[in-house]
Design a protein around this ligand. Structure first.
Ligand code: NDP
Ligand code: GDR
Length: 371
């Protein structure tokens, strides 16, 4: 019998990769998406199945983490063997602007799911995966960070996720539920949201070299992150729910890199060398060499500036994970290193931006409504 999975956050980066991965494994996949005024299914359009398709194995339901009634109804209707709770207000910077909503969706949203499973009498049938995060570690207590490192969250997002983490552990212990946390470190891809730093960089690098944009403005260039590829990380999510006993796992590469270095690698992939001059808010990036004639117009141009508006009231300076437990117990092994990740993202954005430039040159730009 095919297993049934219910995925929240199905329209997001991880939801899209995980859906495709589970469909390939023969699962019936149900996804919860929010109603929005524009289509928001771009990342899953390639696997979408029309409601009139016979024997369809990918179904979308409208729902929201802040509405328990619909969560209960969807779980009852779909009877999932596995729930992957990936939905969240996932932007750390934005959580300082929307702290109450973030607590409701990311913190209490997790409780709503666990309680729905319990109320429906499905604790024996349904396994639950919670998308926990390396942001829980926050202010550095020890490195590398592992399952036993104390938490010290540094944003409304991380504090909300701390509740999600502990309520998952509590329901496991109190009601003997198969409920697990994947403590995932940053993972990126060509379909990463455009306002996270890696995608903001790869998109801007592509636009700068193609002459569609002059420069990029970034915040803290010295932050260090342990970046992996989302394709590798959704496989770990699946493995977490396939074990004999429920448990919590750190998923990371074990390598950390500064934001500044990510920028250097992104330009380097297109044969451009960037040099950083100055310090703090006065730091700037200049292109000092180019292998390709196509990009020689950038030589000696300032293409990067620091804008303090992107600084966070409290920052997480250094994340580096220890994935030893996931490797040993889950047999998980990432395929992508940072260089391969950067290449994948920059190549994809270069293709997208060439399409943009083609449209611009063809005169197909958006017009003002009243012109
Ligand atoms: P994204 O921001 O790409 O996707 C988030 C998803 O959640 C989107 O589908 C979004 O819908 C949905 N969503 C947001 N709020 C609600 C709500 N109130 N009700 C229902 N759905 C909602 O995140 P990622 O895919 O990158 O991350 C997946 C999960 O993993 C998140 O919980 C994130 O916090 C966590 N995480 C991510 C890491 C990473 O590096 N990517 C690392 C560690 C944890 P819409 O498309 O409509 O906006
Ligand atoms: P993060 O990711 O906060 O780690 O959360 P993000 O890419 O937003 O920031 C990483 C680091 O880069 C610094 N930074 C900037 N960040 C953004 N977004 N924009 C900028 O212009 C910029 N300049 C510098 C940030 O200050 C930070 O130090 C991600 C999310 O996916 C979370 O949901 C997830 O839980 C964690 O990763 C693990």
């Amino acid at each position: 019998m095919a297993k049934t999975a219910l995925i929240t956050g199905v329209t997001g980066q991880d939801g899209a990769y995980l859906s495709e991965y589970l469909l390939k494994k023969g699962y019936n996949v149900h996804g919860i998406k929010r109603r929005s005024s524009l289509f928001n299914t771009e990342r899953i359009d390639h696997i979408y199945q029309d409601p009139h398709t016979e024997n369809r194995n990918f179904t979308l339901h409208y729902g929201d983490l802040t509405d328990s009634t619909n969560l209960i109804r969807i779980i009852q209707e779909t009877q999932p063997d596995e729930i992957y709770n990936l939905a969240a207000m996932s932007h750390v910077g934005v959580s300082f602007d929307t702290p109450e909503y973030t607590a409701n969706a990311d913190g209490i949203g997790t409780l709503r799911f666990l309680e729905a499973i319990r109320l429906l009498g499905m604790t024996e049938k349904t396994r639950f995966y919670q998308a926990s995060t390396s942001e829980l570690y926050g202010l550095v207590q020890e490195v590398p960070q592992s399952e036993t490192t104390p938490f010290y969250p540094r944003s409304p997002y991380a504090v909300a996720k701390l509740y999600g983490y502990w309520i998952t552990v509590n329901y496991r212990e109190a009601y003997n539920m198969y409920a697990c946390n994947g403590i995932l470190f940053n993972h990126e891809s060509p379909i990463r949201g455009e306002t996270f730093v890696t995608r903001k960089i790869t998109r801007a690098v592509a636009r700068i070299v193609l002459g569609l944009q002059d420069k990029i403005f970034l915040g803290n260039l010295s932050a260090q992150r342990d970046w992996g590829h989302a394709k590798d990380y959704v496989k770990a999510m699946y493995l977490v729910l396939q074990q004999d006993e429920p448990d919590d796992y750190v998923v990371a590469t074990g390598v950390t890199t500064e934001v500044r270095e990510f920028v250097r690698m992104a330009f380097a992939h297109l044969g451009c060398e960037i040099e950083f001059r100055g310090e703090g808010v006065d730091e700037k990036g200049y292109i000092v060499a180019s292998e390709s004639d196509e990009f020689s117009h950038l030589l000696n141009k300032c293409v990067l500036e620091v804008d303090p508006r992107y600084f966070r009231p409290t920052e997480v300076d250094l994340l580096i994970g220890d994935p030893a437990k996931a490797k040993k117990k889950l047999g998980w092994e990432p395929k992508y290193d940072l260089k391969a990740l950067v290449e994948d993202m920059v190549s994809s954005d270069l293709k997208l931006m060439r399409k943009d430039r083609y449209l611009r040159e063809g005169g197909y730009e958006t017009l003002n409504y009243f012109e």
